[in-house]
Design a protein around this ligand. Sequence first.
Ligand SMILES: Cc1ncc(COP(=O)(O)O)c(C=O)c1O
Length: 408
Amino acid sequence: MFNKKDIKNIRNDFPILKKKINNHSLIYFDNSSTTQKPKILINKIKYYYYNLNSNIYRSDYYLSKKTTLFIDKCRKVIKNFINASSYKEIIFTKGTTESINLLSICLKKFFKKNDEIIITKLEHNSNYLPWNILCKKKKLKLKILDINNKFNISIKTLKKNLNKKTKLVSITHISNVFGTILPIKKIVNIIKNNNKKTLIILDGAQSIAHIPINVKDLNVDFFVFSAHKIYGPTGLGILYGKKNILKKISPYQYGGSMVKSISKKKNIYKNIPNKFEAGTINICSIYSFLYVINYINKLNINNINIYENKLTNYIKNLLLKNKNIILYGKNNIYSTSIISFNIKNINNFDVGNILNNYGISIRTGLHCSYLLFNYLKLNGTIRLSLGLYNNFDEINKFYFYLLKIINY
Ligand SMILES: Cc1ncc(COP(=O)(O)O)c(C=O)c1O
């Protein structure tokens, strides 16, 4: 468990938190969009370009050999962080979005006309559009499951929609709008009981920084996330896939570093993970991300989860005190770190703009979740999303200015 001193130390690790915005200390509540970066990351990026810069998997000289070792070390650290079976199951992409797009392209050959793909109304546009496009191209059916009044998946609806034609289910682990945690183990059991061969992709963009991840235990076939959502650099994504499935899939892009030999008759590609990493990958980000995961491991993801749950409950209880505030998912106990609400008769954009005057960064609008907002018939919400460096003082200040807006 973190105490006050721990949080103070953590806050000191994030230099941007000392910044003033409009003469107010920055209060950063938009961690679902992207998280702030610890000193260790910033220092390692500098170290990399001062000491290590070189291309990987290609050369036998000192720098290249050393850097290559770090890249595979990072795969191993990530493998342990999400409890994969092998570091070869860890593929580097440029983000969650690219990972899902990669899968939508590489899995194409597994589908035939009229096969079905299931997603939910909770999905981020990144977990809707690639499937929408694929279904149109290959004449597949895309089933988009409604959600229940707790902003979670309805098991009954899921069961109703599964059948022999269900080839793939791609779902979010945590809703980026409501913070709802989906009961993935239960969902996976139901899907695999319907058909063992149905593939399951779990979008971990919003879970990776907030709850422990164990892909073996969850028994999903793929797990995707972005490094920037967990205090790492932008432009780096991780695609975990079960080894036996990755081996069966053709590469996504073609170019340097992914091929063993070429000939008129046949190109022979490298094994996983390299066959999915054509060209020069984001070496510096991978190198520096290794240290971010070590940093999170030192703090312990369970401690982070306990602390963030306390902050989440504290905010929810404050918001519930005011009758002008509509808090979404207030009774939802299976949620974490993300709080969505509106204020009666005030546009959510205006609230965001006014809070910005006091140095408070929050997101308003549709949060890249168009399916959800069309379904709910809302023009957006005010969303607070927490990170491990947020504290109770920041929440109190935020609530103080929020009341000012309401009362004005
Ligand atoms: C649930 C979910 N999936 C996918 C994404 C896309 O992530 P990225 O923009 O890093 O590719 C996000 C980003 O907010 C998200 O919240």
